[in-house]
Design a protein around this ligand. Sequence first.
Ligand code: GDP
Ligand code: MG
Length: 179
Amino acid sequence: MDFDGCEHVFKIILIGDGGVGKSCLMLRFTEDSFPTTYMSTVGVDFKVTTIEVDGIRSKLQIWDTAGQERFKTITRNYYKGVHGAMLLFDVTDEKSFENTSEWLKEVSNYADLNLKKILIGNKIDLESKRAVTKEQGQQFAKELGVDYYETSALERIGIQEVFRDLTKLMIKQKEIDQT
Ligand code: GDP
Ligand code: MG
């Protein structure tokens, strides 16, 4: 991938149970759209977009599991060269929150140790169906030593923030790696 005038190029992966909103979050960020018809995969492996943070432009290659999460067949290739991971769960689905531990095991098996991670509780527009509280999310993130965010891909809440803050973390890590 060439730099296109960007200072940095980062590979980001979206992980978490099927149905938590990974594809919708990616589409909301890259195209500002939300699919209205059912879509189990986005049909592509990744999307490339740019983001400007503190006046510095970075190119982001964002990988989506394209439905493979149901079969747990994510391989080494998916994790290869990854700089950042967004670990998603659905705040209305307790099981998806519990399963984040399983996803973290996979991350530690395959990804680089310097990988930057953030935890995201998605679908906060469904407040009346909420099954995982903000405090639970924050507490778990604290134990992991990562930041916690809440988003709604549907209602465009918190989307810019998660990509911006993960990019900041990846830039910082790159600076550490280079010194
Ligand atoms: P993935 O399997 O993790 O990629 O999940 P998808 O992005 O395909 O989304 C799964 C389902 O959740 C779809 O029916 C989406 O419309 C819905 N969804 C995704 N994000 C949100 C959200 O923020 N709010 C609500 N209410 N529904 C969402
Ligand atoms: Mg998907």
